[in-house]
Design a binder for this molecule. Structure first.
Ligand SMILES: Cc1cc2nc3c(=O)[nH]c(=O)nc-3n(C[C@H](O)[C@H](O)[C@H](O)COP(=O)(O)O)c2cc1C
Length: 365
């Protein structure tokens, strides 16, 4: 019934069994719970599961470079493989200056400032931070993508995804990037961070995906404008990118990149497909679209028309981990559909972990 969606497709040297991908999703849960979630989603039938993995050590997530962190990611890859899916490690780097927050901590402890104030301060630090890093430091950061990719391979991951947003996305956009060296200014210069990260990751010998982020005049502050897409795709493919995972750029509000059903511009299913189409027109490698995909009929049609090769879902698979298997076996009436209320995101932001409104015990935000 959904022949194209369930047909295999190659990315670089690996073959993905179908066109369905679990999109990178921060869980904010205990490691035991995260393992359970990855296991359920992989077992639920998608061809590839993308897990978020910091490229360098960060205070907010386990580190590949540490023994315990490495063991955790090895377990993530293992449970994904047990479900017969491929595991992709999304390497990211934070774009905010954590050190700049230290002077604010006493005010938070005295409750004169809230955690939201801290988040705002971190967001405000992005432009000054990435614009003031020395070229030597930037090179050190991009080189770290190579070390992390090798560690991810050792841990059992099959592909690497470079998170083209966060630090990489901030470098792409002149709204943040005020540098005048080889990392700032022209499109080619703003892309240097991404190109170096891709080249470094390729040294691990795994296929490399690029999370490719597009902004408009209204939405998104990081990333690239439509007119910059074709040239960026050409340069990234030359650097070795094996596939693109396309979405709206970040750094405005999470409700734009993870849009609720009521969003004025991105409320419809497949809401970021126009951005993926832009990339598809320029790319020679497979393109994955993400953004409010829920119904297989639309995805199959889109896949048949060649508008995208892969379909990534986050919230729909958080809501129903067995979505892919239910579609494959024709049990469409058994699917629990995500209502895109964004309770999962609110819960994560409130440090309660990514939890769905339909989860037992979860309360409406
Ligand atoms: C709770 C939550 C956490 C997310 N964390 C990440 C992340 O760590 N990295 C990333 O690139 N995208 C992240 N995303 C964005 C998703 O990958 C996806 O692009 C977005 O949710 C739109 O897809 P959807 O409509 O299928 O949910 C997250 C989304 C959600 C809902």
């Amino acid at each position: 019934m959904f022949e194209t969606l369930f047909s295999p497709k190659q990315i670089g040297t690996v073959t993905v069994k179908n066109r369905l991908v679990f999109a990178p999703t921060t869980w904010g849960l205990s490691q035991e719970e995260m393992i359970l979630r990855y296991r359920a989603i992989a077992k639920g039938g998608c061809g590839m599961v993308v897990g978020d993995v910091p490229a360098r050590q960060t205070p907010t997530a386990p580190s590949l470079q540490k023994k315990k962190g490495f063991a955790f990611y090895a377990q993530v890859a293992e449970v994904i493989h047990e479900g017969n899916a491929l595991a992709s490690a999304q390497l990211f780097d934070s774009d905010g200056n954590w050190k700049a927050l230290l002077p604010l901590l006493p005010a938070v402890l005295c409750k004169k400032k809230t955690p939201d104030d801290l988040r705002q301060a971190l967001n405000d630090s992005v432009g000054p931070y990435i614009s003031s890093l020395s070229a030597k430091k930037v090179k050190e950061i991009t080189t770290a993508y190579g070390k992390a990719a090798k560690k991810a391979k050792e841990a059992g991951f099959d592909l690497i995804q470079i998170h083209g947003d966060r630090m990489c996305g901030a470098f792409l956009s002149p709204l943040f990037n005020n540098r005048s060296d080889r990392y700032g200014g022209s499109l080619a210069h703003r892309l240097t961070f991404a190109l170096e990260a891709v080249a470094a990751a390729k040294t691990a010998g795994l296929p490399v995906e690029m999370k490719f982020v597009v902004r408009t005049e209204t939405y998104g502050k990081a990333g690239l404008l439509a007119e910059e897409v074709a040239e960026a795709v050409r340069l990234l493919e030359m650097a070795g990118v094996d596939s693109f995972h396309v979405t709206l750029a970040n750094h405005s509000a999470l409700t734009h990149t993870i849009p609720p059903k009521t969003h004025p511009a991105f409320g419809a299913e497949g809401c970021f497909l126009p951005f993926a189409s832009l990339v598809k027109q320029a790319a020679t490698v497979p393109v994955c679209t993400v953004g409010a995909w829920q119904h297989p009929q639309q995805m199959e049609e889109c896949c048949q028309k060649g508008e995208a090769d892969f379909f990534a879902m986050s919230r729909q698979l958080i809501c129903d981990a067995a979505w892919c298997e239910k579609v494959r076996t024709g049990q469409l009436d058994q699917i629990k559909y995500c209502v895109r209320c964004n309770r999962c995101v609110d819960s994560l932001m409130q440090h309660k972990g990514t939890r769905c409104i339909f989860e037992k015990g979860a309360k409406e935000a």
